[in-house]
Write a protein that binds this ligand. Structure first.
Ligand code: ADP
Length: 470
């Protein structure tokens, strides 16, 4: 059963019980009050009739010392008509509680009569043929006689009012329940709206619609739940996107790897086939063998690079505090003898946190790439300087530069901006991928600034001891 229906049913049940009880209590309270008032009135009327009887008895001619039964009947008959057209219902009984006079229609029973005595006024509510009466009884002292006077007062109206009250209340309760059901249905649906929206979002996400979010319609606990659900969905979507990107990168890697293998292998197989199937002159034989050798070397270099990347990924690096000087000495020794280009080294002293050999590999790769992108005689600047958050190594060239849209891709494995140019320089698009892996180990990354046709500045930052610590 739906939660909103449960909520609706519970509320309606509570409403029905509350209305039922309060209605019953209220109608009964009004009835009791009216009945009490009628009882008091009936008792008062009875007392007044008693006085009237005693007064009338005093007026009976003096020749009778004792009030005779016939005089009693006469007075009682007069009191019964009361001089009005409407008759009173009265009954008079003697000392032995024998009935002397009873109006037409007075009840036969003498339960009340038996309970009535000189000290108590009595009453009872009785029902006769669908009508209700208050029967009262008092003692009357008239000329040494003790008589019992009973009256009957019709209170059917009070009972009719009670029945009417119940019937009105039943109708009001029914109406309130119908109205309450309609209103509560609306309220239950409004209250459970966040749950419905959440359910819809969960279902949509289960069918793969990961960017679907539940709409937050309130600020209460359910609103908070929606908010938390959406946060969870964001995290989930982020992870899924990351996984998808990783999967795609892996597929791209395999595709690029296969492609990079295919080119040198095709050449090697082609030239090898030529050598074994035809008799070539010495020069052509040498060229073919040389081609096979250089392409083989390229494959070897590529496999070493790939191995480097895989090893770096799994490496448990031991970092040391290394003086920045040591890198610059190493680079000067390595590139100082290359007179094809003009190298300029400039650095500030510092102690950087690094795995020395790995960082040397990065720097050699960056300077190598800068050289490949530059014309002979061009200037390559290698700088090292302190920054607020560490020590920056920067390699600037004035070569071809990198197109803006390619700058983010050049660290991907096998990515080459100009494939034929890169291959002609023994490149396989793996150098920067290796650098990126090494820098990841150092919690750093390559930062690329490049203007096509003007040159590039490729740099990275390593953690360094502050000047005060030095
Ligand atoms: P490669 O082995 O081809 O040098 P890299 O991963 O080192 O592979 O570099 C990827 C590609 O990025 C290169 O093929 C080149 O097109 C481009 N590149 C890298 N450094 C520079 C640079 N300083 N100037 C221009 N292009 C560069």
């Amino acid at each position: 059963m739906k939660f909103s229906i449960k909520l609706l049913l519970c509320t309606i049940m509570i409403l029905a019980i509350a209305l039922g009880f309060s209605g019953y209590y209220f109608v009964n309270f009004v009835f009791e009050t009216s009945l009490n008032r009628e009882v008091n009135q009936a008792l008062d009327e009875n007392s007044i009739l008693g006085f009237a009887f005693e007064t009338a008895a005093l007026n009976v001619p003096a020749k009778y010392d004792v009030l005779s039964n016939s005089s009693i009947e006469q007075i009682a008959a007069t009191l019964a008509t009361g001089g009005h057209s409407t008759r009173r219902l009265i009954r008079l009984s003697d000392e032995q509680k024998e009935v002397l006079f009873a109006s037409d229609g007075f009840v036969d029973g003498n339960d009340l009569l038996l309970k009535t005595n000189e000290s108590t006024k009595t009453y009872q509510v009785i029902e006769r043929e669908g009508s209700y009466y208050i029967q009262t009884g008092v003692t009357v002292n008239a000329l040494d006689r003790i008589l019992y006077l009973e009256t009957m007062k019709d209170v059917s109206e009070v009972f009719r009012e009670r029945a009417l009250g119940f019937s009105v209340y039943r109708r009001v309760t029914l109406l309130m329940l119908v109205l309450g059901t309609l209103i509560m249905n609306f309220i239950a649906s409004w209250l459970t709206k966040p749950i419905r929206l959440l359910t819809r979002a969960t279902r949509r996400m289960a069918t793969g619609d990961y960017d679907y979010r539940a709409r937050q319609v309130s600020n209460d606990e359910l609103g908070q739940l929606t908010n938390d659900f959406n946060k969870m969905a964001n995290a989930l979507e982020e992870n899924i996107n990351k996984l998808e990107a990783e999967l795609k990168a892996r597929e791209d890697f395999v595709a690029a790897f296969a492609h990079e293998l295919k080119t040198p292998l095709t050449s090697i197989i082609g030239y090898a086939d030529m050598l074994r199937s035809r008799k070539l002159n010495e020069e052509k034989s040498f060229l073919s063998a040389n081609y096979i050798y250089t392409e083989g070397k390229r494959l070897e270099a590529m496999s070493f690079r790939l191995l480097d990347i895989i090893v770096t990924k799994r490496l448990e690096t031991e970092f040391q505090m290394v003086p920045a000087d040591s890198f610059f000495h190493y680079l000067r020794d390595m590139f100082g003898t290359d007179d094809r280009l003009l190298y300029q080294f400039q650095h500030e002293p510092a102690m950087v946190r690094a795995e020395s050999n790995l960082i040397k590999t990065v720097l050699v790769n960056l300077i190598d790439n800068a050289g490949k992108a530059s014309e002979p005689g061009s200037l390559i600047e290698i700088n090292g300087y302190r920054e607020e958050d560490g020590y920056r190594f920067a390699v600037r060239d004035h070569g071809v530069g990198i197109p803006y849209e390619e700058q983010a891709k050049i660290t991907q494995a096998f990515y080459m901006v100009d494939k034929s140019r890169a291959r002609s320089k023994n490149g396989a698009g793996l150098g920067l991928a290796l650098c990126a892996e090494i820098l990841l180990l150092h919690d750093s990354k390559l930062e690329i600034e490049s203007t096509p046709g003007e040159g590039s500045l490729i740099s990275f930052v390593l953690w360094a001891e502050s000047m005060e610590e030095l």
